[in-house]
Design a protein around this ligand. Structure first.
Ligand SMILES: *Cc1c(COP(=O)(O)O)cnc(C)c1O
Length: 531
């Protein structure tokens, strides 16, 4: 690929560049097996929750036949005795999943959830025969999701009864809905300053720059030297009272680093000086760090929490995520302090769907806005998706503190990370705050380490930064993702430890070194011809 084409490529976002690389890699010159370590999509899935979903469908259908049964046209479930029917349906002695479902009933009973009510919610939910009601979240589902979040993300802090949840079509929809409702409710306006922790998942860089938003981004940078840790000196930037909001991915993507206790303490301090700061934390990777604690647990009144089941449970195709907010929060408070002109407009906006729009909580506004208000009555995540979230959550809640599934997911990631670093002869970052879901590899640094400073400079000055990735794809069939689109310096590439067989990470390491060796051969040739 020539330089001008590479320059055009560099204009695209990281994921779009990666798509272009896929084509190159699929018919790579060496005819190597094509290895795509670009995407964060895991290559594992959770089996138990899916089997449970399947059993619930079976039960739901059987139950529906009690009311109407005319061939393929069958009826609806009824509340009375449905949990008795369910326990009769289950064979816990012979069927492991039925045993799980029975345990689930015991667990929810202990939480004070009415079993008829819950079984009906599950059965109707998986069948999807009704609009989601209440539209924000199914009643019992919210309780279970709350317990899940508390168990995996809060690290001992109790917020279950104080948290409202809005399940969404993955973390992606959560992000889009939040930006949109913040703008619609005048909580962020064009020209406002917002902070982000960079490098960061591309949409957080791209959305604020769109003409609909025109936000000014302030970077809280983490660097390779500090193992992508967000230092207190950077967090301090949040004390600026002009900053409206802070968007953070924690553990970060692509840096894969979680905030430690001292960083969380710093955040708490910052919120004391800047009590109007709105924080949006995307904790999709939280479960990959042992004893992880979310910002939401530390400053719940200022924080919206985004979570997704996509990564841990291998469920990107399901589109299952959520937004959580404290019942008392800065978003609601700031809406109350808007200029009266804005308040009037917002009252007009939401009075189409609620009687007292002034009192409508921000999280409910998110739900209404997600369907352009007019379709509020049909809003909410599809009920099968909500029940899938609940079942994923329950696999963890019934497994207890040392959930073997979560443990295994961490072990897999860890082994792949080790394979890659061993092959590249790079030191592993064994900090307990490193999720290891992604690795950022500095190609220039690697070049210098292996062949010296002059070679590094040659590489950086003679080639577009994207050239390394193009060659790696075109010749060796390996696709990685460019880090610049995430806000890294040129030369950083992201390797996902989620989506390839564990042994392939050694191969990726070798191919990276192979490409460097070829650049080096050209460099030597150039040197000898100019001598
Ligand atoms: C993968 C990812 C998501 C996307 O989640 P989906 O639920 O698949 O939409 C959100 N945030 C970050 C930081 C991610 O890396």
């Amino acid at each position: 690929m020539d330089t001008s084409n590479e320059k055009k490529l560099e204009q695209l976002g990281s994921f779009e560049i990666s798509d272009q690389m896929l084509t190159l890699a699929q018919d790579n010159q060496r005819q190597n097996v094509f290895l795509n370590a670009g995407r964060g999509n895991p290559n594992w899935i959770n089996k138990k929750a899916r089997l449970a979903f399947n059993r619930l469908i079976k039960f739901g259908l059987q139950e529906s036949e009690r009311t109407i049964a005319e061939g393929d046209l069958i009826g609806y479930t009824e509340l009375q005795d449905i949990s008795t029917h369910f326990t009769e349906f289950l064979s816990p002695e012979t069927n492991e999943i039925d045993h799980f479902l029975l345990q689930m009933l015991k667990y929810t009973d202990q939480l004070g959830i009415d079993s008829n009510d819950f079984v009906k919610e599950l059965a109707d939910g998986v069948l999807g025969n009704n609009y989601p009601v209440p539209s924000r979240v199914l009643k019992n589902s919210e309780i279970i999701l709350n317990h899940y979040l508390e168990s995996v993300l809060y690290n001992g802090t109790s917020l279950t009864n104080q948290t409202d949840i809005f399940p969404t079509e993955g973390g992606t929809a959560a992000i889009v809905y939040i930006f949109n409702s913040l703008r619609e409710n005048k909580l962020i306006r064009p020209g406002d300053r917002i902070a982000i922790n960079t490098p960061i998942f591309t949409p957080y860089l791209q959305i604020p720059e769109l003409s609909d938003y025109e936000l000014v981004e302030v970077d809280l940078q983490s660097t390779e030297e500090n193992h992508w840790e967000l230092l207190p000196s950077e967090i301090e930037k949040l004390t600026d009272p002009d900053l409206k909001a802070f968007f953070i991915v924690n553990p970060s993507n692509p840096g894969s680093r979680a905030l430690d206790a001292s960083a969380l303490a710093e955040i708490k301090k910052v919120v004391q000086t800047n009590p109007d700061l709105m924080i949006i934390t995307d904790d999709v990777y939280g479960t990959f760090v042992e004893n992880f604690q979310t910002i939401y647990a530390v400053v719940p009144h200022n924080t919206l929490l985004v979570y997704s089941f996509s990564k841990l449970f291998g469920a990107t195709g399901w589109r299952v995520g959520l937004i959580a907010a404290h019942k008392e929060n800065v978003f609601d408070r700031l809406i109350q302090t808007l200029p009266s002109e804005d308040q009037k407009l917002l009252t007009q906006r939401y009075q189409l769907v609620v009687k007292e729009p002034e009192k409508m909580a921000f999280i409910d506004r998110l739900v209404a806005d997600s369907r352009s208000i007019g379709l509020y009555h049909t809003s909410g995540l599809s009920t099968p998706q909500q029940i899938m979230e609940v079942l994923f959550a329950l696999t963890h809640l019934l497994a207890g503190e040392t959930d073997p599934y979560i443990d295994t997911s961490r072990k897999i990631i860890n082994e792949r990370y080790k394979n890659l670093h061993d092959a590249l002869q790079l030191a592993a970052d064994e900090s307990c705050d490193n999720s290891k879901y992604y690795s950022l590899i500095n190609i220039y640094e690697l070049a210098e380490r292996r062949y010296g400073r002059a070679f590094r400079e040659y590489l950086a000055s003679h080639f577009e930064y994207i050239d390394f990735l193009v060659r790696l794809a075109e010749k060796n069939g390996v696709v990685l993702i460019d880090g610049v689109g995430f806000g890294t310096a040129a030369g950083q590439v992201r390797v996902s430890e989620a989506n390839l067989p564990t042994k392939d990470y050694k191969l990726i390491g070798r191919e990276i070194l192979e490409v460097l060796k070829e650049y080096h051969a050209a460099f030597e040739k150039l040197n000898s011809s100019t001598k």
